[in-house]
Design a binder for this molecule. Structure first.
Ligand SMILES: C[S@@+](CC[C@H](N)C(=O)[O-])C[C@H]1O[C@@H](n2cnc3c(N)ncnc32)[C@H](O)[C@@H]1O
Length: 372
């Protein structure tokens, strides 16, 4: 965790926040391992952040450079303990042996599948040994963000707007966070709940080393490893935060990026409310989503569209979201739908012979501010 981001963003405690008492700032309580001491990039690799409220004193750990600033930090850590303790020193042979022993749907192999899909999707184009014809194509994560911005707002200087700090919600392994910082030259924070994806992003941030298992098929994976160097990566940091309950004050971020995350959270509406809250006045958010709803991520009653086809919207997610953003009584009245674009292509690689081709709905929203 970079001190620069911590002091600029001033996170607050989520455990004791209430309407009645407001919020209490978090303070760095212990630094066990630090990096780049005295440098502007000084980071805490292991340590503890603590609530300043004497009646609360909730502790939030920093592990492998990632602060866990979550409302239910104990539960999340307990659920992620396998990923937190996962070894990264095992050779490819031992890993392949373990892969053979574990079922494809075991935690071990599901995690490898995620890293394979998102590692390829975010960084595959930069792999110097790449022979994959789709890597570096227009379907990849950072390109999707660019496509979304370009097609939603043609002839607009898309990267020049936005305040001092940007947030990438559901950043996964982090490519868009690097892309935002290099295009805007602004402080950028990537947040996600998945520790192994954040760990991969943080390794790239700290060592410029992209490492992920690329699935060939079955439980067969190849180790991919290469170096990258992103411009302005010193402005990037990655934190474990719940995008629907962010530990930040209102109106903090001038730019918000939210690619393919709306249908992955437990409460998509809470995600939109969260964006409405943390976006600064006149700030701009870019969202893209395939609306690939699943009850494993989101209970059906919380989906935005995708059900109740007898209603006026006939179950169309883009119709419901348009409605939510244009009807003043829907609780998102501070947001304005600026533009939208349909059918933005996005590909998620499953293995050598399998890919999921998505067609995304992209929208740009703005928060009413001084100009409105
Ligand atoms: C479909 S992936 C998209 C990743 C990335 N934005 C992209 O376009 O490649 C959804 C991401 O959202 C993350 N996620 C799910 N629920 C979340 C939450 N409540 N807060 C933050 N991230 C979340 C997942 O861990 C995953 O990395």
């Amino acid at each position: 965790m970079k001190l620069r981001h911590f002091f600029r963003l001033k996170p607050h405690c989520l455990a004791c926040a209430s309407e009645e008492n407001g919020t209490f700032p978090l303070a760095i309580n212990r630094v066990e391992v630090a990096d780049s001491k005295g440098h502007e990039n000084e980071s805490i690799i292991e340590g503890v952040i603590r609530c300043s409220n004497l009646l609360c004193q909730c502790e939030y750990p920093i592990i492998d450079g990632i602060p866990f600033l979550l409302p239910n930090v104990r539960e999340t850590l307990a659920a992620s303990i396998g990923y937190i303790q996962a070894r990264s020193d095992l050779c490819a042979t031992t890993q392949s042996l373990l892969s053979d022993c574990c079922a494809p749907d075991s935690e071990f192999n599901v995690n490898r599948q995620y890293l394979s899909s998102y590692g390829w999707c975010h960084y595959g184009d930069l792999n110097p040994k790449n022979s994959d014809p789709n890597a570096g194509s227009t379907f990849q994560a950072f390109q999707v963000m660019d496509d979304c911005l370009n097609s939603c707002r043609p002839n607009h200087s898309i990267w020049s707007d936005g305040g001092e700090v940007a947030i990438d919600l559901g950043c996964s392994v982090g490519r868009n966070s690097f892309a935002i910082a290099s295009k805007t030259n602004k402080l950028t924070l990537g947040v996600d709940l998945n520790f192994s994806m954040l760990k991969m992003a943080t390794r790239i941030l700290r060592a410029g080393k992209v490492e992920y298992p690329l699935r060939r098929g079955g439980v067969v994976y190849d180790d991919i490893e290469f170096h990258v160097d992103f411009e302005h990566s010193d402005l990037v940091d990655f934190w474990a935060c719940d995008a629907t309950q962010l530990p930040f004050a209102d109106d903090v971020f001038g730019r918000c990026n939210c690619m393919n995350t709306l249908d992955s959270v437990a409460s998509p509406f809470a995600l939109l409310q969260s964006i409405a809250r943390v976006l600064s006045k006149d700030g701009q958010a870019t969202l893209a989503c395939p609306y690939d709803w699943s009850s494993s991520a989101t209970a059906i009653e919380s989906w935005i569209g995708g059900h109740s086809q007898r209603a006026d919207h006939r179950g169309s997610s883009d119709a419901v979201i348009r409605n939510l953003l244009t009807s003043p009584n829907q609780g998102l009245s501070s947001l304005r739908l600026v533009s939208e674009q349909d059918n933005i292509p996005w590909v998620v690689r499953i293995h050598d012979r399998s890919q999921m081709h998505y067609s995304l709905h992209g929208i740009i929203i703005e928060k009413h501010g001084s100009k409105s």
